[in-house]
Design a protein around this ligand. Structure first.
Ligand code: GAL
Length: 709
């Protein structure tokens, strides 16, 4: 039997979500969607500020994020605080009637600090101590950095915490990176002691009997790096247990840094505190941060430009951090992102489309990076609302101003609006780390690509998803997808079971249920604790290079199915489940590839548990998800319109607001599903109206309330 006993936990639960802790959100108090972005006027003379604010008026900019990189100005030396520039920036924004999201500035060190306290710079994966340079460069274990960062946060809160224009705190910037210095090693050992209490427990969890690694003193434990367990690179470890714990520790160490600053802010200010996340960012388990954020926020720089469901999923992840409460879109480019090798501009209408997409998924803000382009350094070619000329007749500015007008028109209707959904996708950072550091079965497998592929058919069907951690309460969902649930921890299997037992549908699949919370294999058939639920066992696991497909033939179709699997091929043996599809090639041709178990429910209904034994292509995934959604009557009104995204929010007033977002390359003719008013144009529309949507068109339809009887 798999050992699922919970282990005592350190500062935050190892399960990846603060189960039982309050995650209720507190957002900035505004009466409209925040519109604006990062603004660094410290880079320019006064006359440029004057022109900027005229432009901001024209674009209906309501909110500026300032102070994100001003530490060297506010503290030019350890004993010198100089708020003259920040005072001027804050006062000017306030005088111009803007709300301010105020940075603590700790994402980039002043040079003196690294010189005075060399332990503040990081030691990298290869063991090199960094010298001063770059940003996001501080060691979170350095007592000097921790002290100085908390001090500046405290001073800022003291000075600006009751300023009427300041509405939110923005701690640091895009937490990321790792450090492998001696201080981090010591902190890691401290963290491990809190988690395991005894070395016997740790040795057991990491299976150190393998390769003679049995630790007899805590000080023998080294952070896993290129010099220790990772000779093959960051993704290859000799000991999964130590690497998994180092990921968790690094997340907690960054979180502690955030807590330090938030605690300092709280000495003088009760305003909501956030930090800007990066969507699906593998190094940090954002679920472990949920309870500490007052509200979630993130920077949207889509990595898969042509896959709007990928962006949608990242928004859904952010909304899920605070149990469905709205979040802030903290950054997006208004034109180009400068950090990639090739930087295409956003096509006409795309910034507007993606902005409304963010709002459709729960954003209560539309903010840009950046308001004005830097004159020099690496981001001088990055897009900005105002380019170096400051012209207002650029396409970018016109589009930003046009959107500003729309945002102003929509006003506060959507503030606090919730997303009604009956579908969830389970995301687990531990599984993400574990499945990608495993020596087998396939190093090409990518967790994020997989969950994105699974999300796609939901998006296409117009069935909104909540992205939830493994600890989430699943009782509100009819369909729960749990791809690559590699580690099964705590009572996750039992909670998935209850979904099926009340008639819901659970969809899981290959490489799930393989290991426990320490990434030790279950001494059982795969999928371990999920085997009984899925009614299946994995007899054998094959793998192939990406692009090598094996047809997946749904039963009863005489080999006509166009679906196929890739990369991982589990040969399934049903044990209570029905076989729905079989492999079409190789020595296991004809063997089960996809199964479904029916779970009897009172009243003659049944729940379903799907097990998909391969990395199934879009055609196959669509079949399964469509089957599940149809069963629960969750297919949206435009599922048959390619590229048309459909999303809904329920406003605080109880009004339903639907979003129609056309990502497709061609005009789409639709028959409208409901009557209401398009908030962007003021047009009244009726259910059944035939409407042509051009590429990038958006409708924000406030539904007409049903007439009282
Ligand atoms: C973000 C970052 C900003 C800026 C921007 C450029 O990741 O928070 O400071 O660097 O990227 O795209």
């Amino acid at each position: 039997m798999p050992d699922l006993r919970p282990r005592p936990l350190p500062e935050v639960t190892i399960l990846g979500h603060p189960a039982g802790q309050p995650v209720a959100a507190r957002l900035p108090e505004l009466d409209h969607l925040a519109y604006g972005g990062d603004y660094s006027p410290e880079q320019w003379p006064d006359e440029i500020w004057d022109r900027d604010y005229e432009a901001f008026d024209a674009a209906r900019i309501t909110t500026v994020t300032v102070g994100v990189f001003t530490w060297a100005l506010t503290q030019p030396d350890e004993d010198v605080l100089d708020f003259s520039m920040l005072d001027k920036i804050v006062q000017r924004a306030a005088d111009e009637g803007r709300s301010i999201c105020l940075g603590t500035g700790t994402g980039a060190l002043p040079p003196w600090m690294a010189r005075k306290y060399p332990d503040i710079t990081r030691v990298d994966f290869e063991g090199r101590r960094h010298r001063y340079g770059q940003r996001h460069n501080a060691c979170w274990s350095s007592p000097d950095y921790r002290r100085l960062a908390a001090q500046i946060a405290l001073r800022l809160a003291e000075r600006y915490g009751s300023h009427p224009a300041v509405v939110a705190w923005h701690v640091g910037n895009e937490y990321g990176g790792r450090c492998y210095c001696e201080l981090c090693a010591a902190e890691f050992r401290r963290w491990l002691k809190a988690r395991y209490e005894t070395l016997d427990e740790l040795n057991e969890a990491w299976n150190t009997v393998f390769w003679s690694h049995r630790f007899t003193d805590w000080d023998e434990i080294e952070p896993p790096s290129a010099l220790t367990e990772h000779w093959g690179g960051p993704g290859k470890t000799a000991f999964q247990g130590i690497t998994l714990d180092f990921h968790r520790f690094s997340t907690d160490n960054a979180l502690r840094q955030f807590r330090d600053e938030k605690g300092a802010i709280r000495e003088h200010s009760e305003l909501p505190v956030t930090t800007n996340f990066m969507g699906f960012f593998q190094p940090l388990d954002y679920h472990r941060w949920s309870a500490d954020l007052d509200f979630a926020s993130w920077d949207n720089y889509p990595r898969r430009y042509d896959e709007p469901w990928a962006t949608a999923l990242a928004h859904d992840l952010m909304r899920g951090l605070k149990d469905g409460a709205p979040f802030w879109l903290m950054e997006q480019t208004p034109s180009v992102t400068a950090s990639r090798d090739v930087n295409p501009v956003r096509r006409p209408g795309i910034v507007r489309l993606w902005s409304w997409q963010a709002v459709a998924h729960g954003a209560d803000s539309v903010l840009y990076f950046q308001m004005r382009a830097s004159r020099g350094a690496c981001e001088m070619t990055h897009g900005a609302v105002l380019d170096h000329s400051g012209r207002l007749d650029t396409r970018t500015f016109r589009e930003v101003a046009g959107l500003g007008k729309e945002v102003e028109t929509v006003g506060g209707i959507l503030l606090g609006a919730r997303t009604p959904t009956r579908c969830a996708l389970v995301v687990d950072w531990d599984s993400w780390w574990a499945v990608e550091m495993a020596d087998g079965p396939n190093r090409h497998l990518r967790y994020l690509s997989t969950i994105t592929d699974w999300a796609r058919p939901f998006w296409e069907a117009g069935a909104q998803l909540d992205v939830v951690p493994v600890t989430a309460d699943l009782s509100a969902y009819d369909v729960v997808a749990a791809p690559l649930l590699h580690l099964v921890k705590g009572d996750t299997a039992a909670r998935l079971r209850t979904v099926a037992e009340r008639g819901g549908t659970v969809i899981t699949g290959c490489l799930s249920g393989r290991a426990d919370e320490d990434d030790r294999r279950f001494l059982a058939d795969a999928p371990g604790p999920l085997a009984g639920l899925a009614g299946v066992r994995v007899a054998e696991t094959d793998a192939a290079e990406p692009g090598v497909m094996n047809p997946v033939v749904f039963d009863g179709e005489g080999g006509a199915s166009p679906a196929a699997g890739e990369m991982v091929f589990e040969v399934l043996v049903p044990d209570g489940a029905e076989v729905l599809a079989r492999y079409g090639a190789d020595f296991y041709a004809g063997e089960p590839a996809i199964t479904r178990r029916a779970v009897a429910v009172d009243g003659g209904r049944e729940g379903h548990v799907w097990y998909v034994g391969t990395q199934l292509d879009a055609t196959g995934l669509s079949r399964i998800v469509t089957d599940a959604l149809e069963r629960h009557d969750l297919v949206g009104p435009y599922a048959d319109v390619p590229g048309l995204e459909f999303a809904t929010r329920i406003a605080a007033s109880g009004q339903t607001v639907d979003f129609l977002l056309h990502h497709g390359p061609r005009d789409a003719t639709i028959r409208l599903h409901a009557s209401g008013t398009d908030l962007l144009t003021g047009r009244d529309l009726s259910a059944g109206d035939v409407i042509v949507l051009h590429p990038a068109d958006v409708i924000v339809l406030r539904r007409t309330r049903p007439a009282p009887r």
